[in-house]
Design a protein around this ligand. Structure first.
Ligand code: PLP
Length: 395
């Protein structure tokens, strides 16, 4: 979670003193425009469009890419529900895909889920953990699919030297209260493709034809209002300098906290798709009971118990219900799309055996050393498992 302090207070006060809160027509004083420029440079993309939420960013990205009725979008079965809802919002259907032990979408399962109607992949970097982007981009290229990275939970994180959200055709970020950067609410669409950027801009403002858009060949289409005000822009400008220091603190604490699991029985640190740059930590147990018990300790949380991120709790998606019976993307799909819980037993098994370990970026290192010791003590004090007893009896 991001810090908020005096910097944000003065940034907001300045905008309020100026009195004009609309993002347009401010020239060099435009806070939102400045943020988009600086954030694009920091993330290594050509364009950033600030929008009012991460959900909006995902929807605008899909709309920009021309994803719509009849299209299938591959979404991991472990993510915040917005990732699965975004395809529905543009008239496409989400096709759920199992995760692997890295807690991100399994590239082999992506291959197995591709049909002639698959249009896009929405890999999600959960808990600051990167997806296997090399494999995903390879699959996308081979099958001519659009990749929209959901980097809502991984702002600032790098994968093999590149920022998450800058690798796919488009990236989506969230600035809600829980994320690495916050404006209370907010989001961003990242891309280095000029046309995708123009289309995202068009989609995000019904008034795009009177302002904002540079000369473009792209025919104008009807749009939503996903705009932000200058208050959001000012908050994000104040937050940006905090991002890389946060990454450094997380990396330092990752090294420290991972040691808690060295040589521990019945568990190991989860595989990571770029271990040298890890800023997120989770641990996978052999047995679900052990993960459940460990998840009750301060600073650890079992992922199956974070109900809202587990597909089987996405009632609106599983029931395939929308606000109007005829607004039914499933009826427009080219085949029957069922979300059967039993097809995702593997995801549930991994989530039942995995705990996230908080890295405590906001705490001093000595506090985290104490916490590491407490976690290790809890691991060592566990009753021996049946397997251990047998091994000991044999020894
Ligand atoms: C937070 C989040 C979103 C949605 O962001 P909002 O700003 O809350 O709309 C989407 N996907 C993931 C993985 C998230 O964590």
């Amino acid at each position: 979670m991001a810090r908020i302090g005096l910097r944000e207070f003065t940034a907001l006060a300045r905008v309020m003193a100026d009195g004009r809160l609309l993002r347009y027509g401010k020239g060099a004083r435009g806070q939102t425009e400045r943020f988009e420029h600086d954030f694009a440079a920091r993330m290594g993309v050509d364009h950033v469009l600030t929008v009012n939420s991460g959900t909006s960013a995902l929807i605008a990205a899909l709309a920009a890419a021309g994803v719509g009725p009849g299209d299938e979008v591959l979404v991991p079965a472990y993510t915040w529900v917005s990732t699965a809802i975004a395809p529905l919002a543009v008239g496409a259907v989400p096709v759920l895909v199992n995760i692997d032990e890295s807690l991100t979408i399994d590239p082999a399962a992506i291959e197995a889920a591709i049909t002639p109607w698959t249009k896009a992949i929405l890999p999600v970097h959960m808990l600051n953990l990167p997806c296997d982007m090399d494999a995903i981009m390879g699959i996308a290229k081979a099958h001519d699919l659009v990749v929209v990275e959901d980097a809502c939970q991984a702002i600032g994180v790098t994968y093999k030297g590149r920022r998450l959200g800058s690798i796919g055709d488009l990236g989506a970020m969230s600035f809600n209260h829980h994320k690495n950067m916050t404006a209370g609410e907010g989001g961003a669409v990242l891309t280095s493709d000029d046309r995708l950027h123009v289309r995202a801009q068009m989609y995000h403002d019904p008034g795009n034809f009177i302002r904002g858009l540079k000369a473009t060949e792209e025919p104008v289409f009807s749009a939503m209002n996903l705009r932000v005000s200058e208050l959001t822009g000012a908050m994000l400008n104040a937050q940006l300098p905090r991002l890389d220091p946060l990454m450094r603190r997380l990396r330092k604490r990752h090294g420290l906290m991972a040691q808690a699991f060295d040589g521990a029985r019945g568990c190991r640190v989860s595989p990571h798709n770029d271990p040298d740059n890890a800023v997120g930590l989770s641990v996978i147990f052999d047995r679900a009971e052990d993960a459940q018990a460990f998840g009750g300790i301060a600073g650890a949380e079992r992922l199956l118990d974070t109900d809202r991120h587990v597909f089987r709790n996405w009632e609106a998606v599983l029931s395939r219900r929308s606000f109007h019976p005829k607004m039914d993307p499933y009826a427009w799909a080219n085949r029957e799309i069922a979300h059967r819980v039993e097809d995702y037993a593997r995801t549930l098994d991994i989530l039942a055996r995995t705990c996230r370990v908080a890295l405590g970026a906001q705490y001093p290192l000595p506090v985290m050393q104490l916490r590491r010791r407490a976690l290790r003590r809890a691991l060592d004090q566990r009753a021996p498992t049946r397997k251990d007893t047998k091994t000991e009896a044999m020894a």
